[in-house]
Design a protein. Structure first.
Length: 364
């Protein structure tokens, strides 16, 4: 049987399954084109609200502890374009950090369990024993990295690293299958956020894990001109004024609210689709994990046939994904703008204190 340890190992590969973004017949997971798109939306918002931050962002990204990808992303760009290219790279970078010292496999998900009506009784008991806590540390990671970004004591390399992770994790928790697992008769220990059940991808005309169908959707190019087009299209389709969920950023308490929004999508309909389980699910956990990795890296599916995606489901998917991306992009910008306001206030206060000390001497 595919035991819980196998599920944990597959979940540890989640950054790979939802993040590595290696081309699968030219298809990329939400992580690369998706995270790049949310970053492009955030950059546009920051440029509109605080154009004075753009040069600072560009200089900060060059302080990243792994600067090579950012130099490559910068290319021949100058000024604003250089900063934008590096900022967009930051959104995808955590998935490129797989198996490095900066890899944090548990930071990509916070998965609350959905119990299907046909779930075995023992499976329901295991879920209830968790006490409603999600699997994965995305919420804790987001709180940690957002705090580092806004902390005036943070070193530039710490802030650059935290900025990358903050941007990425905000994107992750806006994808409904990053914040959910389904326990059912087919998946008595959970479906690892939809990675263990396959459907027929109408674009590639082959079987694909349900999770990756959500990740890749129809936006599968990482070319900057395409990413810019995606971002522009999404912002036109979902301007801030059209999203009642958007509110002023209040702090880390907001993060669970955002994840729960995504979870509601999963509860309402994201798993309301027929899937075929990995054929090795009941036999060999090593092979199941291997199948997932092989699919991501080589585009080779362990199943030759899978249920078709119903037209109604596909249409809802095309509406839900860009909407969640819009929310993620705007919220990334809000976190950064809030952090910038705090840092500005700290610098102003420090300047006033220093000026007072210079004028009157230190007070006892």
């Amino acid at each position: 049987m595919f035991i819980q340890s196998g599920l944990r190992r597959l979940a540890a590969l989640f950054g790979l399954a939802i993040g590595i973004g290696v081309p699968v017949q030219s298809a990329q997971a939400w992580d690369h084109p998706g995270h790049m798109t949310t970053a492009a939306i955030a950059f546009a918002e920051i440029e509109r609200a605080r154009p004075d931050l753009i040069d600072k962002i560009g200089l900060l990204m060059l302080k990243h502890p792994e600067p090579a990808p950012f130099w490559v992303a910068a290319g021949d760009g100058k000024g604003k374009e250089r900063a934008r290219h590096m900022f967009i790279e930051a959104g995808r970078w955590p998935d490129d950090a797989k198996f490095t010292a900066h890899d944090r496999p548990t930071w990509h998900t916070a998965r609350w369990t959905i119990i299907a009506d046909d779930a075995p009784a023992e499976a329901k008991a295991l879920v209830e024993a968790r006490g409603g806590k999600p699997i994965g540390n995305a919420l804790e990671a987001l709180a940690l990295n957002a705090a580092i970004v806004s902390n005036p004591e943070s070193k530039p390399e710490e802030r650059a690293l935290a900025l990358s992770w903050m941007m990425h994790v905000v994107g992750d928790i806006h994808q409904p299958l990053h914040v959910s697992d389904l326990v059912s008769e087919d998946f008595p220990t959970g479906n690892a956020a939809g990675t263990l059940g396959y459907v027929w991808d109408p674009l590639r005309d082959s079987a694909m894990p349900l999770h990756l169908l959500w990740d890749s959707n129809t936006r599968r190019s990482t070319k900057l001109e395409d990413v810019d087009g995606y971002a522009k299209e999404i912002m036109e389709q979902y301007p801030r004024s059209s999203l009642p969920e958007l509110a002023a950023f209040e702090g880390s308490d907001d993060f669970e609210k955002w994840a729960k929004e995504s979870h509601e999508v999963a509860v309402d309909w994201a798993y309301d689709i027929e899937t075929i389980p990995d054929p090795n699910l009941d036999a060999d956990s090593d092979r199941v994990v291997g199948n997932m990795v092989k699919y991501i890296l080589e585009g080779i599916s362990p199943v030759e046939e899978a249920p078709a995606v119903p037209d109604e489901y596909w249409e809802k998917l095309q509406e839900a994904v860009p909407r969640r991306m819009a929310l993620a992009g705007y919220r990334i910008a809000d976190i950064i703008l809030s952090a910038a306001d705090r840092l500005d206030a700290e610098r102003t206060l420090s300047g006033k204190v220093l000026d007072s000390m210079q004028r009157h001497g230190p007070t006892n």
